[in-house]
Design a protein around this ligand. Sequence first.
Ligand code: ARG
Length: 465
Amino acid sequence: MTDSPDSNSMWGGRFGGGPAAIMQEINASIPVDKRLWEEDIAASRAHAAMLGAQGIVAAADAAAIDAGLAQIAGEFAAGGVPVDLALEDIHMTVESRLKTLVGDAAGRLHTARSRNDQVATDFRLWVRTACDRIDAGLKALQTALLARADEHADSIMPGFTHLQVAQPVTLGHHLLAYVEMVGRDRGRFRDARARLNESPLGAAALAGTSFPLDRAATAAALGFDRPMANSIDAVSDRDFALEFCAAASIAALHLSRLAEEIVIWASQPFGFVSLPDAWSTGSSIMPQKRNPDAAELVRGRAGLLLGAFQRLAVIVKGLPLTYSKDLQDDKETVFGAFDALALSLAAMTGMVETLSFRTDRMRALAASGFSTATDLADWLVREAGVPFREAHHIVGACVKRSEALGVDLSELPAGEAAAIHAAVTPAALAALTVEASVASRISYGGTAPERVREAIAAARAALED
Ligand code: ARG
């Protein structure tokens, strides 16, 4: 059979001419999906081996296909994937090269397969690896946070609500909050990975195939837990990619919150941290400046990640079953999300490892804003039997008077205190140190240094698992 000279060698049988240049540009995905080359070749090798084993293609052809695919893998590893828009995508790029290498046998590889199940298979494999890579990045960040938390299990800083000084906490405790968040992020990627690990291969275009496939064999060869149960779902589902983007978005939100704290902490009015040269930049006009650019970029990059989820959700939202070409844009979306998150994680880990915490400054500000007022109320409840609601009022009055006198709560003159309530004794006021405050918060999950050290040990043990 001879095709028209311009028509596509893979699907051009019914076409009289080639696509317009603009059509080729909007249609071709090879500039993006060349990143799937390893997965594409692995899936094709599994498919070819199965076709041979099932007697669907001759053993000699299956062997020739396998050798050709192995050679292509070597070529692409060494020299990259050639980008020819006429070959549209990675699937046709590989098959076209295979034809050059092994001749007619190459034409048998696509038996009982479609690009629809092929791309779904490749992409699941890619996202699976991406989950593992992100997990490693998240784990590295946890490790860095734990090291700094350990160093600062006793360092006192102000804890905030509404960005108002609330109660003293330890820096170690604050950093451990991020260890927890990152731990949940890892769980989300783990869940997504477990759910995506089913093989679409063999669903063919959408309906399955008349050939006697062994879908369990290709699934096993590619490390999938099982073949997907429904061929229509197999080629149209992109939940796995959405889950990846959703997990990535939440992780990015966590990174963004930490980035925002670093930006605030690095500002002169706070002065809680100084940024090492490696993670800051200067200004072209203001010689004194040292800007927290890496943190700002991580914070801003969260926009890209949230956008990726939104973009993919909108792509999928109105699509009838099964495959529509809209889905081709799923890969650029997920690749972009992966790249942004991987880079943000690496940058955040580097910053956390190298930030220098100005603990003197944190300690000084921890006592500001009457941060031990709750401790005084607790003291009145515990030592003087005052009901908490009443204690709250008494301490409120003490704060008001201290504020008017321009003194700290612990410095309220004895006569002034006694005038407010007899239980507010010099002993009560003397107990109001930030050290005593944090040391007293021994409830499970609390900020007392001994609890923080236990939490660090538990987190380290969990990390080793
Ligand atoms: N390049 C396509 C994609 O990424 C592969 C699937 C093409 N399938 C089709 N029926 N045209 O989605």
